[in-house]
Design a protein around this ligand. Sequence first.
Ligand SMILES: C[S@@+](CC[C@H](N)C(=O)[O-])C[C@H]1O[C@@H](n2cnc3c(N)ncnc32)[C@H](O)[C@@H]1O
Length: 392
Amino acid sequence: MSSSRSPSLSLPEPPAELAELSEALCRKVIAEIERDGPMPFDRYMSMALYEPGLGYYVNGLHKFGPAGDFVTAPEQGGLFAAALARQCDELAEAFGPGWTLLELGAGSGVLARDLLAGLASPPSEYLILEPSAPLREVQRETLADLPEALRERVRWITAPPAKAFEGVIVGNEVIDALAVARFEVGHEGVLEQCVTFDGERLQWTTRPPRPRLERAFDKLQQQLGRRLPAGYAGEIAVDLPDWVNTVTEPLARGLALFIDYGYPRSEYYHPDRSDGTLVCHYRHRAHFDPFVWPGLTDLSAFVDFTAVAEAGLDAGLEVAGFTTQAGFLLALGAHEAVEAADDDAERLRLSGELKRLTLPGEMGEKFKVLGLERGLEIRLSGFGLMSQLHRL
Ligand SMILES: C[S@@+](CC[C@H](N)C(=O)[O-])C[C@H]1O[C@@H](n2cnc3c(N)ncnc32)[C@H](O)[C@@H]1O
């Protein structure tokens, strides 16, 4: 069986023990396919990322930063967290001292550490909703650098808190890690792209769609106001509305910020983007074959921000703002730290970081920030510079 290797990609081979872990994950996928038939892609993506002990985020192998497969905005340095802290401090004034910050999917814990250290009015409680046990450990280690008085405010949870709170929810690069279903438009109607095994490799195949994907696809075409042409393929995050509802339910008053790479719906399903947005990261190489080294490879899809905004409205929230990452960070003065740097070396380092976060060819425009609010009557500085609300 060579189910983990791609016949066409020349990616570096992992060491034998990691290859074995990936093969073990493949064997589980294949066993399920042999038992139940072709596997819907969202099930495959969940297994590849979260299958206990084997999936990419839960096998304890995940490395962050330059040694990992990709680098997120808070791992570039402190500018992202400092700007976010400014936005949170503006809100903390309105909340008073007993506010809560809920971070979704905290990765290495760097954002939690830098936010807690950078906030003028830190929350009384910093909750981290993190489903991955190995990542919770990594986060604990990262937070060990903080003074005790801040560290003791942090609590890890594996489901949203039952008790309502006033505060801020932050999810950076979390929605892109939620499993997506894949569809393909056939001549006779929509089909679901599934995973099968040909005795040699995992492969794509198509099946009539499950009812929930068919309903989501019909709704998508209605919302787009156009039919997607035969041959067009893409993703729908079928679980997104429930997820947004669940994670924002305890927010009695406050703001939820979702930051991720993505587009408004009309661009997401643009006729030219005819094979979706699924992307795989393996040792800083991006490719498009999700069957290569599962468990050692990050799989993600861009975010349909119109769908996130609609899910927020359905959950009883209001849209507080939508802008690019560059717009958000610059509105919150991220560039001021560069100007205020103590020496040339520091200025050079910060200006490199600012460029990576804000230039259009880097993270500046591909990444967007969506704010959903409940019960706030506050002007949010982060959305004050370059609103993109009209594009949603
Ligand atoms: C790409 S990493 C982003 C990490 C971090 N936010 C950052 O910006 O560096 C995705 C994170 O989301 C977590 N995650 C995945 N599914 C989740 C879910 N349903 N709820 C909350 N977190 C989730 C992963 O375990 C991981 O910590």
